[in-house]
Design a binder for this molecule. Structure first.
Ligand code: BTN
Length: 262
């Protein structure tokens, strides 16, 4: 497979674009740039990561040259509590772009996954460096299953490639370009009004509103029903006593998603 060609890319709001044939982790390099330079925004993209990271300290592995692995460095000038909303904005970006390019309806598993029929298409890892009052920078890292259709036994019923859904090879440059353009559009809305202007799309895209979800806390399985996603980006869930609780972050187990039986 040919490498991603970024020469013709319309870079929009991105001050610096860095391409790596191989790197440890685009999120780690983006954080270096955030800490050691004044660059306002950057896109780091690679064909392969030797130390790709997922959420909850997990490793994230993708074969060379088939998928999309990249990180965006941003300095949005927001409060730390608002940073997780950017994960939701990026997930919505992926949903919108895949609908527009391929006419495929993906959905989101709050807060950071984009899925198709209960399988993961895209994982997002958002990290930040912050003062008490204001975020210094945010890094949004995304891994999108594009053309690799062969997964390990462990991931086989949990992941799916866009190629298998669209039934055609995914042009990674085209997808990346559309993601940048659409993210810029939603990010500008976010900077003005937070999630307010896109919350109805976010709700429509959610795979879990109305469903039962389980959260493991101190070895105990807590069962909730998801009622909504708030404009603060929280998941509003109803507990077994019929009280509404906001979840700010966390790992959800959802019967029917990623092969979880409940
Ligand atoms: C998850 O679902 O756990 C999030 C996965 C995020 C993976 C991407 S790949 C590009 C960027 N660099 C990393 O090390 N991780 C993110």
């Amino acid at each position: 497979m040919k490498n991603i060609n970024l020469e013709t890319m319309d870079r929009r709001f991105i001050e610096k674009i860095l391409y790596f044939d191989e790197i440890d982790s685009t999120n780690d390099r983006a954080k270096d740039l955030g800490t050691n330079t004044n660059i306002k925004s950057a896109l780091l993209i690679t064909e392969y990561q030797t130390k790709g990271r997922g959420r909850m300290g997990r490793s994230w592995e993708m074969p060379k040259g088939k998928d999309l692995m990249f990180s965006l460095l941003l300095r949005p000038g927001i409060k730390p509590m608002d940073a997780p909303k950017l994960t939701i904005v990026f997930a919505q970006t992926v949903v919108n772009v895949v609908k527009k390019l391929y006419n495929i309806g993906l959905s989101t598993k709050w807060p950071n996954d984009v899925i198709y029929n209960g399988r993961k298409v895209c994982g997002i890892l958002t990290e930040m460096n912050t003062d008490i009052e204001m975020v210094n920078y945010v890094v949004i890292g995304a891994g999108i299953n594009c053309n690799n259709e062969v997964f390990s036994k462990e991931l086989n019923d949990k992941a799916v490639a866009l190629k298998s859904i669209v039934k055609a090879e995914i042009q990674r440059e085209e997808l990346l370009q559309s993601l940048i353009v659409e993210f810029e559009r939603l990010y500008n809305k976010f900077l003005v009004n937070g999630l307010l202007d896109i919350i109805s799309d976010i709700r429509d895209s959610s795979a879990i509103i109305g469903r039962e979800v389980h959260v493991m806390r101190k070895g105990e399985k807590l069962k909730y029903k998801v009622s909504d996603i708030s404009t603060d980006g929280e998941l509003l869930v109803v507990n077994e006593n019929k009280e509404i609780e906001p979840l700010i972050s966390g790992e959800l187990l959802v019967p029917g998603i990623y092969g979880y039986a409940g």
